[in-house]
Design a protein around this ligand. Structure first.
Ligand SMILES: [Zn+2]
Length: 125
């Protein structure tokens, strides 16, 4: 007679593992979206700075912007870059997860038998 209790426990463990993996993938999807959002804001901030310089130079032959105005635009670029860095860091952390099949340095998926990451080349412990 099969050990139903044991089989049931194994099935439940498999279901739990699958559910955890789904949760992890959902979390990673959100983290990737955060990175994309932050990168888009960074591009907008850079575009605003470029547009300001372009329009001023185009109409006046010189960059007729105050240092304060430029500093504000540069500050927005720096803020956006910080957000990109933070979002990428969070994604890296999320990618580490609980399994060993991700690179501890960059979070890329790594073959369990691999000694080095195929993405960043760093050793995989
Ligand atoms: Zn890596």
């Amino acid at each position: 007679m099969p050990d139903w209790k044991n089989l049931k426990d194994k099935a439940m463990a498999a279901v739990n593992n699958a559910a955890q993996e789904v949760d992890r993938q959902i979390a990673l999807t959100k983290l990737r979206a955060n990175v994309a959002q932050a990168q888009s804001e960074l591009e907008k901030a850079l575009a605003a700075l470029g547009t300001g310089v372009y329009q001023s130079f185009k109409s006046q032959g010189t960059v007729d912007m105050s240092d304060a105005a430029i500093a504000e635009l540069v500050g927005k670029v720096d803020d956006s870059q910080s957000k990109v860095d933070a979002a990428q860091q969070a994604l890296k952390q999320g990618n580490l997860g609980t399994d060993a099949s991700h690179c501890p340095s960059c979070g890329a998926a790594v073959d369990p038998s691999a000694k080095f990451c195929p993405d960043c080349g760093k050793p995989v412990a």
